[in-house]
Design a protein around this ligand. Sequence first.
Ligand code: SF4
Length: 444
Amino acid sequence: MSTAALITLGCKVNQYDTQAMQELLLRNGYTIVAENDPVDVYIINTCTVTNVADQKARQVIRRAIRKNPDANVLVTGCYAESDRQAIEQIPGVSLVFGNREKADLQKYLDLLHESVPENSASSLLQIKPVHHDAIREHANFGASVSEAGKHTRALIKVQDGCSAFCTYCIIPYVRGRMTSRPLPDIVREAKQISANGYKEIVITGVHLGAYGLDIRRQTTIADILESIHPIDGIERIRFSSIEPMNFPDDLVDRMAALPKCMPHFHLPLQAGSDKILRQMRRRYTTERYMRLVEKLRASFSDVGITTDVMVGFPGETDADFEESLRFVEEIGFSQLHVFRYSPRRGTPAADCPDQVPPHVSAQRSKVMIALGKRLGLEFRQSMLGKTADVLVEDSQEGKAQHLAGFTGNYLRVLLDLPDSAINQILPAKLVGIEHEFMTAEVAA
Ligand code: SF4
């Protein structure tokens, strides 16, 4: 029996795609093993959002080849789209295929079987990938994925690609234009997720709010929520991340009327300076962003607002950065992901003459991270003493005595409970703070 290991880098959309590929491997009789076990086939699903992500992808590929030099190493994902050559040059890589070729994995697996002569332990593939255009027609959305490794929280990908072309972002080039998945397919998958015992659905996509813009009889993201909300067994629904420019008041109102929609929103801000937002071509202002946050706060109690902030975008002056800091503080995010800008070849921002020197963006990153930590702590402090429903997931983060779970507003909570509590939603009193976690006691 052949063994396969899958390694995923990057975002939730990639996690979803990996799971779809894993299910295909299982259907083909593969046993899924860990990266360091003896492996016949690696599937490495890469990310290219920054040059650090590219570097990490190359490291992971090399590490896999070192561990199992006779394995077939198949590399896919966004880095495979953006710099196929760099990957093909790594000795030991068998095949590189892009995001839009993930749908053709079955074909590659068939070729793999054909190309391995009997009794050969070291046959490497020589597969010529099909051209992108040939497969663009049938994007593979695959099946549901458990994010936590247990049957608690599942991802559903409802759209892929992006047509927004923010000036720094490589994603429209590597994931292609927006493609929305038909609503009946999504509902069918949500029912399957519920039948498999999951309690929470995370709706995911590259540019979620733009869902439906490419469909003739337009369906919206609110229609998805309203269609899956009545499914028995699903008790929580949330978005992985939704761009602020595609979050109209009507969507907030329709979500607020659905009790299964959780009060947590990840709204990528990127910059708190209108000048920089314009140069990023982000299509919202700080004022509009603030109005959205106020509307969410008025519609959901104890809402958690998390975000991504980019520092060191070309042309960002000290004054622009200070403005961003003030805006981030004013919003009071419950969590901040800070990225240093890195030029992506082929994007307009990469050609801007006034690139920010690395030592300056490194310093800004430190300052922004420190602010994010303080704001996160303040949010956790504001929740002390309150009771919140926690979906108990598993004992992660090496804290063996504890089970961990998430509140509706996406606070990570530790609970001292037996394993039988996993996949239950329990009311818990938030009694303490332990680093980025809160500790809680199940309420009587
Ligand atoms: S909305 Fe902008 S940042 Fe997000 S994927 Fe599309 S181009 Fe990239």
